[in-house]
Design a protein around this ligand. Structure first.
Ligand code: DX5
Ligand code: ZN
Length: 234
């Protein structure tokens, strides 16, 4: 399975860790009903980030109830050790942080050898030139617009400039690479992110996961809002 990079101006992914653990199935059904494009799956090891996240058995359970792409955000040290577990569990794409990989090119190779798409994640302060020699080896580049591991933080303002710079770099490479944003995606920030060149937005507590508000309704509202604000550029 692949994540399609060209069917729409942008795609919305739901950050599953923001869901209600007691209502996982209902949340996934509601995400599907709302037309979500992908599931963002946060893996955290308590070391790379000061928190624990989701794990392969959890992914397998989600895979058993949906065919949606499952995009794994690996916030862990030594991510290559866990690639096989997440690929076997049903991941569609696995994206480690560049700073967690001692041998980035090799880790990306291992990911593709396991039959899944490969992505990379950059924290705000990570420079774009780390990508110079791996543009052929990635299907997605994800920029963190917040510091990772925390939910509900506000976008770091320089992110918009960084998206513009990365858009130029991707277009200049001639490669078909998804430009994704994680963190700080909310009704105020999202249209500007798309205008700057992002085409995949991770929606968490700031965008669609709100207590007592149906996810399917929130997704549709969020998409309509972005569409109305970007209509002049698409
Ligand atoms: C942050 C996580 C995100 C998170 C972002 O480390 O990776 O997936 O859910 O969305 P917000 O901040 O809106 O909850
Ligand atoms: Zn994430």
């Amino acid at each position: 399975m692949k994540i399609n990079n060209s069917k729409k101006p942008y795609q919305l992914a739901a950050s599953l860790i923001c869901g209600n653990p007691l209502k996982l199935r209902e949340d996934v059904d509601s995400l599907i009903k709302g037309g979500i494009d992908s599931i963002h799956f946060d893996v955290m090891d308590g070391v790379f980030v000061p928190r624990y996240g989701l794990y392969p058995e959890f992914l397998k359970a989600v895979r058993s109830i949906t065919d949606l792409p499952i995009e794994v955000h690996m916030m862990s040290e030594e991510p290559e050790k866990y690639v096989r577990d997440f690929a076997t569990a049903g991941a569609t794409i696995i994206s480690p942080h560049v700073t967690a990989c001692k041998h980035l090119h090799h880790t990306l190779k291992v990911i593709r050898e396991n039959g899944v798409m490969a992505g990379v994640v950059l924290n705000y302060a990570d420079p774009l030139n780390v990508l110079d020699y791996i543009m052929d080896d990635v299907d997605m580049i994800m920029l963190m617009a917040i510091n990772p591991g925390i939910l509900g933080h506000k976008l770091i303002p320089g992110t918009i400039q960084k998206i513009e710079d990365l858009r130029k770099k991707i277009d200049g490479s001639g490669r078909d690479i998804i430009l994704a944003i994680d963190g700080g995606v909310n009704p105020e920030s999202a249209p500007g992110m798309v205008k700057a060149g992002a085409n995949y937005l991770v929606c968490g507590t700031s965008a669609i996961f709100k207590p007592n508000e149906p996810l399917d309704v929130k997704i549709k509202e969020f998409r309509n809002l972005i569409d109305s604000k970007i209509s002049d550029v698409v």
